[in-house]
Each structure stands twice: as C-alpha cells, then as structure tokens.
Design a protein around this ligand. Structure first.
Ligand SMILES: Cc1cc2nc3c(=O)[nH]c(=O)nc-3n(C[C@H](O)[C@H](O)[C@H](O)COP(=O)(O)O)c2cc1C
Length: 186
C-alpha cells in the first residue's frame, strides 16, 4: 500500500542514490524515462536536482508542464526501467508499449507508475541558465509516497530476497541496494 511520507523524511527516499523513473504529462501527452542522475539537495521542503537531457521527450513535457513525478523502481522493474531508458516517448506512448500500469498523482498531472518503492511528486523551480547549460533541473517535492512493505518509521527496510531499489552501472546492468551498516555514533 502507498503511504504518505512526511516532509521531514522525503530526502531519505532517494538519499541512497537509486536509479529513478521520471514521469511527465502535458496537453494530453504523457511520458516516462529512466534517470540515474537525480539527488536530494535540501531537506524541508525537499528539493532535488535532476539531469534531463535536451533531446528527450521528457524534457519537452517537463518544460511545458513544470511538473513531474520521480519514482524509485525496484528489482522487479529492472526490465521496465531499462526499456523506458532505451526508447523515446516521441516514438509512441511507452505506457502502452511496455504495459505500464499507472495511478493518478495527488498534486501534479504526471502519472504514478504502479509497483515502485517510492513516488515523489515535484514542481520545477525554474532556473533557465542551468537548465540550458547543464540540462540540470531543480525540483521541489510537493507530495511523497512510499510502499509500506518496504518503508517503515521513516526509513527503508529491504528484506532478504524481496524487492529493493536499484542502481545503474552500465548498459542495463544494475546493482540492488545492499545491506545496512550503522557507523559508530561520533
Ligand atoms: C538506467 C538509465 C539511466 C538514465 N539516466 C538518465 C539521466 O539521469 N538523465 C537523462 O537525461 N537520461 C538518462 N537516461 C537516458 C534516458 O532515459 C533515455 O534517453 C530515454 O530514452 C529518454 O526517453 P524520452 O525521450 O521518452 O524522454 C538513462 C537511461 C537509463 C537506461
């Protein structure tokens, strides 16, 4: 079940650097792509940085709508993640092509991809210079959700053999998020 994540914990959803999916929608068109270069850059309200290349269909819809949803897909979605990161929505709707089920977001027009570990509904904080120069978008998260089988008491709990978030190495090869190591308190 999808549960709301309070403002103060949203950065923890992506703090460990997982590969994300970005959905966008505008004027009756929608899209989803993979994005590894996404990270939190502030706590409350949670802000994030995302690189969205100029030649992507996502970029077109993101600039038109100023909204998106960031997702943390799981090991069960490795093929989906690679597929939407290897084909462009400008060639046709990837949700239909790859049989991707969605739900409606609460505050933005972009859809939520079902089956992910986390969903972050975001609005663009316009920064035209860095968008143009570095393809870098600053986002503010306006609502966030996590799968309650993986997220409890403000942190991730990945069970042995169960779904985990993923990290892209190269060419469709992913690591699953690994084991916990608590550092000694300083
Ligand atoms: C695992 C993975 C991670 C990716 N990360 C990024 C990224 O951070 N930024 C980006 O612009 N493209 C990234 N890409 C490439 C886009 O997902 C790819 O260009 C996609 O086809 C764009 O789709 P669109 O044209 O429908 O928006 C990544 C691709 C893969 C497979």
């Amino acid at each position: 079940m999808r549960i709301a994540v309070p403002l103060k914990h949203i950065h923890r959803l992506l703090n460990h650097g997982p590969t994300t999916l970005i959905t966008t929608a505008h004027g009756g068109r929608r899209n989803v792509m993979a994005a590894a270069w996404v990270m939190p850059i502030d706590f409350e309200p949670c802000k994030l940085a995302a690189v969205v290349a100029a030649d992507t269909f996502t970029r077109e819809l993101l600039e038109a709508s100023n909204e998106c949803v960031l997702h943390a897909p799981t090991t069960a979605q490795v093929d989906l993640t690679y597929a939407v990161g290897s084909h462009s929505g400008s060639d046709g709707d990837k949700f239909e092509r790859f049989g991707i089920a969605t739900s409606t977001a609460s505050k933005v027009g972009a859809p939520l991809v079902d089956g992910c570990a986390a969903w972050l509904e975001c609005r663009v904080l316009p920064e035209p210079t860095i968008q143009e120069r570095y393809d870098l978008f600053v986002l503010e998260c306006v609502a966030a959700w996590a799968d309650d089988t993986l997220w409890r008491a403000g942190e991730w709990h990945f069970a042995a053999g169960g779904p985990r978030t993923i990290h892209h190495l190269k060419g469709g090869l992913f690591f699953a998020t690994g084991e916990r190591h608590q550092a000694a308190r300083g």
